[in-house]
Design a protein around this ligand. Structure first.
Ligand SMILES: Nc1nc2c(ncn2[C@@H]2O[C@H](COP(=O)(O)OP(=O)(O)OP(=O)(O)O)[C@@H](O)[C@H]2O)c(=O)[nH]1
Ligand SMILES: [Mg+2]
Length: 472
């Protein structure tokens, strides 16, 4: 278990470490009011318990009598050490579904740690990572996919990933999954009713209807599963690796896309020796751009290590941009790189188009997108941006369209559900007994239940919430 009982009142600093205009300590649990009353005194003279829920009140923040901080005593600040705005959110209309008090003091690390320590002395316990969100789940305020979306929302670095997280937070994924799971549970009920009557040879469920329902769910699962790659790219950002022979202009292209002189550019082949990685926002999609050492045969130990790194970066790429120097005829090395790119996602760039070109795009791979541009003048760069984006998330794809699976855990559960349903279909086809079909349908329904948390185990919860920070 993730530590700690649900009856405890928990507290944590909810704002990030460091200095800020304000900082928030959050208390949640049955004793939240009692704990807060020992620390804050409303300027209005009223008790926190008597003010309206969800209203803000100015208060002095005091040390509870049990907490001795010698430095503060010496400066005569034994009692009040800050002022704060305090809000009480009465259960069940709060994030966790429990009584919550938030103390918004000044955002200094000393002040916040004092407020937090004061809460501990007054009877609260420090929250474990993700414990507020876990309580929201356990108290039925959020399903598991929504709880995970809280973290995705906080971590979102691009507009598209934020949109996907928000849709999941609003429960859109859960609704689709629950619908499919309900269909399976209804089937199970019918199958199990059939099982009870088996001796009397009553066939309650005809096989055709059974197969139709299974197919319907499988189609939905496949549709959701098909969004997983795009979903992962949106959530984590895509790795786009720039490769090519030495001196073709890879670093120049990186700099051009970043709009800054990040990588060293020289006329000397073999300039870049290490991997250079920078993030850019391509119209709401986060992309990690990677510049690599030019690939060639060399005896230079340092350069060889660089090339080894280039090759491993190529393998991890979601998309390769293979750069070719357009001013010289295609070499064997260019060819080899293009051939290697085949199979994976890649875009071929014929660079240095500001000079007379001796490479003809039609000589290149028939299946890859091929662009002619100049990293030096910037001509053709916008087209490359568009191409990278559309190669990553699909041409013209509106990233806000439809529910998307962004989470590996959800994807794995969907895959398991599909496997079980395929198995169930085979059993139906082979005329197996209802009991056997029911086992697989149950397994599929359980796999779907894991996504929303209808079916869950302590290990799953531990795995999910331990990735959260304290205070979330
Ligand atoms: N005329 C012209 N020159 C370019 C262009 N792009 C790059 N160059 C020049 O080509 C040379 C090599 O550029 P880099 O960007 O360092 O090439 P690279 O592929 O990173 O080279 P390595 O790091 O050695 O593998 C430099 O002299 C650049 O100024 C271009 O579009 N037009
Ligand atoms: Mg370079």
């Amino acid at each position: 278990m993730l530590s700690g009982a649900l009856e405890d009142t928990i507290c944590a600093i909810a704002t990030p470490a460091g200095e800020g205009g304000i900082g928030i300590v959050r208390l949640s649990g049955a004793q939240a009011l009692a704990v807060a009353e020992q620390i804050v005194r409303l300027r209005s003279g009223r008790l926190l318990a008597s003010v309206g829920s969800h209203t803000l009140h100015l208060a002095d923040v005091r040390l509870p009598s049990l907490l001795k901080v010698p430095q503060l005593v010496a400066t005569g600040q034994r009692e009040v050490f800050d002022e704060a705005l305090v809000v009480y959110m009465k259960a069940p209309r709060s994030f966790t579904g429990e009584d919550i008090v938030e103390i918004q003091s000044h955002g200094g690390s000393l002040i916040l740690s004092l407020v937090c320590r004061a809460c501990l002395v007054a009877g609260a316990r420090l929250a474990a990572p993700g414990e507020f969100t876990k309580r929201a789940f356990l108290n039925g305020r959020l399903d598991l996919s929504q709880a995970e979306a809280v973290l995705d929302t906080i971590r979102a670095k691009s507009a598209a990933s934020l949109t996907a997280a928000q849709r999941q937070l609003r429960g859109e994924l859960a609704r689709e999954i629950d619908g499919a799971r309900d269909a399976l549970l209804r089937l199970l009920a019918q199958l199990e009713a059939g099982i009870d009557f088996v001796g009397e040879e009553i066939e309650l469920l005809d096989r055709k209807e059974l197969l139709q329902t299974i197919d319907g769910v499988v189609t939905l699962m496949q549709r959701l599963g098909a969004t997983a790659r795009q979903g992962r790219l949106l959530r984590e950002g895509a790795r786009v690796v720039i490769t090519g022979r030495p001196n073709v202009g890879k670093s120049s292209l990186l700099n051009r896309l970043l709009k800054e002189d990040r990588a060293i550019v020289t006329p000397v082949p073999g300039t870049t020796r290490d991997i250079i990685e920078e993030a850019i926002d391509l119209d709401g999609v986060m992309v990690h751009l990677v510049d690599t050492a030019g690939i060639r045969d060399t005896d230079d130990t340092l350069e060889r290590e660089g090339i080894r790194r280039s090759r491993s970066a190529q393998k991890e790429a979601d998309l390769q941009v293979i750069v070719i120097d357009g001013t010289v005829p295609l070499t064997m090395d260019d060819r080899a790189l293009i051939d290697q790119g085949t199979g994976g996602r890649h875009v071929i760039v014929i660079n240095k188009a500001d000079l007379p070109l001796s490479v003809d795009p039609s000589q290149l791979s028939a299946e890859a997108v091929c662009l002619t541009l100049s990293a030096k003048t910037g001509e053709g760069i916008d087209k490359l941006r568009e191409t990278i984006r559309s190669q990553l998330i699909g041409a013209g794809a509106e990233t806000t369209d439809g529910v998307m699976v962004t989470n590996v855990r959800h994807q794995a559960a969907l895959d398991r559900a599909c496997e079980s349903l395929t198995q169930a279909k085979e059993s139906v086809g082979a005329g197996m007994a209802n009991e056997l079909v029911a086992v697989d349908i149950r397994a599929a329904a359980d796999a779907l239940g894991e996504i929303t948390g209808a079916i869950t185990t302590d290990e799953i919860l531990e795995q999910i919430f331990s990735t959260f920070c304290i205070g979330k």
